[in-house]
Write a protein that binds this ligand. Structure first.
Ligand code: ADP
Length: 359
C-alpha cells in the first residue's frame, strides 16, 4: 500500500543530503515525487546535462537516508538529465559520449523479448506460454515482465506477494513452474503504474534486469510494453537482445501497428525472430467447427511481406483465457493438448531458426 507518511518522512530525511551548489535535496526543485509501495521506494533527481557525476554523492546519500527511514524496502534513486541521447555516429564525430555500451546481464545467456504493435493482442499470454514451452525443450528460462503499463505476468503465473530482497539489495525472483519470474507488477500498486514514466520507468527496468539474482539462465524472456517507447529503447541500448518475437492478431489494424513496431526494431538493429499470430481462428466448443473470424493468414502473409519468419498461429479458445486468468498457463495445465502444442511448435521454430539460443 502507498504510504504518504513514509514518503513525507523520507523527504524530511533528505534535508540532511547536500547538493552541489549548496542547499539540501529536500528543497531541490529537481526532486521528483517519492513513490512508496509495499516493497519499494522510488524517486528521481533531475539534474542539468553534465551534472550527473557531481550529483553522484548526493544520490548515494539519498539512497542511504531513504534506506534508514524505510528499512526492508528496495530503494531506487535515479539521476536523470533530459539530454536527448545523441545519435551514435554524429556523437562520435563530435567527440561527445554516446549511450553507455551494452553490457551482459549477469547469469543470463540470451534475452528474447516479446512485443506487439498494440495492447490486448495476447502478447503476455504468448510470452508466458512461450517461456514455459522453451523450458519444456530443456532450457533454463526466466521471465521479466517489463510491461509497466499493464503488468499481467503475476496473474498469468500465479505469483503471490512481492519478491524477496537479499541483504545486499538484490531481488530474489519468484519461482513459477520452474521459471524465475520478476514483474514490476509485484512492486507497484495498480494506481501507481502511470506515474512511472520516462526515466523512472527505464530506471526500474534497469534495476529489475540487473539487480535480480537470475541464477544461471539460458534464456530470459522479456514481456515488453505494447508499441515502442522508452522501455524498448532503453533495453536495446543497454543489453544484447538475441531477438524479438512479435505477436499480432490477424486483424488488419493490429498488423498495421505491428508493422510500425517492426520498422522501429529494424532501425535499432534488433534481430526479429518472427511473427506469432494469436487469436487466429475460433473453434466452437460444441461442434468443433473452425471459424476464421478475422479472415485467414493475415499474419502469415504479413510475415512474408515483411521478410521475417512466421512462427505459428494460436487459436482463440476459452481454455487459453481460463487457464491464463487462473494462473495455470495452458502449457503447464494441459501440455499434451492442441493449444499447448501450438506453443511448442513456436518454441521449436524459434530454436531451429536461432540455434545459438541453445548454447
Ligand atoms: P496483451 O499482453 O497483448 O495486452 P494479454 O496476454 O493480456 O494481452 O491478453 C489479453 C486477454 O486476451 C486476456 O484476457 C487473455 O486471457 C486473452 N487471450 C489472449 N490470447 C488468447 C487466446 N489465444 N484465446 C483466448 N483468449 C486469449
Amino acid at each position: 500500500m502507498a504510504d504518504p507518511n513514509l514518503a513525507a518522512a523520507i523527504k524530511a530525511a533528505l534535508a540532511s543530503v547536500d547538493i552541489p551548489g549548496g542547499g539540501a535535496l529536500s528543497g531541490y526543485a529537481g526532486l521528483s515525487e517519492i513513490i512508496v509501495t509495499t516493497s519499494a521506494v522510488a524517486f528521481a533527481i533531475a539534474v542539468a546535462p553534465g551534472m550527473e557525476a557531481a550529483f553522484g554523492p548526493a544520490r548515494e546519500a539519498a539512497q542511504a537516508a531513504a534506506a534508514t527511514v524505510a528499512p526492508g524496502r528496495k530503494i531506487m534513486v535515479s539521476l536523470t538529465s533530459d539530454k536527448a541521447p545523441p545519435a551514435t555516429g554524429q556523437a562520435a564525430a563530435q567527440g561527445r559520449s554516446g549511450p553507455a555500451p551494452k553490457s551482459p546481464v549477469s547469469g543470463v545467456k540470451h534475452i528474447v523479448a516479446v512485443g506487439s504493435g498494440k495492447g490486448g493482442v495476447g502478447k503476455s499470454t504468448v510470452a508466458v506460454n512461450l517461456a514455459l514451452a522453451l523450458q519444456a525443450e530443456g532450457l533454463r528460462v526466466g521471465m521479466l515482465d517489463a510491461d509497466l503499463y499493464g503488468p499481467s505476468i503475476p496473474k498469468l503465473l500465479g505469483l503471490e506477494g512481492k519478491p524477496a530482497v537479499r541483504a545486499d539489495g538484490i531481488f530474489i525472483p519468484h519461482d513459477a513452474f520452474g521459471i524465475k519470474a520478476m514483474s514490476i507488477g509485484s512492486m507497484l500498486n495498480p494506481d501507481q503504474a502511470v506515474v512511472w514514466r520516462g526515466p523512472m520507468a527505464t530506471s526500474a527496468l534497469r534495476q529489475l534486469l540487473r539487480e535480480t539474482d537470475w541464477g544461471d539462465l539460458d534464456i530470459l524472456v522479456i514481456d515488453l510494453p505494447p508499441g515502442t517507447g522508452d522501455i524498448h529503447i532503453s533495453l536495446f541500448q543497454q543489453a544484447e537482445v538475441t531477438g524479438v518475437v512479435i505477436v499480432s492478431t490477424p486483424q488488419e489494424l493490429a498488423l498495421i501497428d505491428a508493422k510500425k513496431a517492426i520498422d522501429m526494431l529494424r532501425r535499432l538493429n534488433v534481430p526479429l525472430l518472427g511473427l506469432v499470430e494469436n487469436m487466429s481462428y475460433f473453434i466452437a466448443p460444441d461442434t468443433g467447427r473452425r471459424y476464421d473470424i478475422f479472415g485467414t493468414g493475415g499474419a502469415e502473409t504479413a510475415a512474408s511481406s515483411l521478410d521475417m519468419p512466421f512462427l505459428g498461429a494460436i487459436p482463440l479458445v476459452m481454455t487459453i483465457r481460463e487457464t491464463s486468468d487462473g494462473g495455470q498457463p495452458v502449457v503447464v495445465s494441459d501440455f499434451a493438448g492442441p493449444e499447448a502444442q501450438a506453443f511448442t511448435t513456436i518454441a521449436r521454430r524459434i530454436l531451429a531458426g536461432t540455434p545459438a539460443l541453445r548454447t
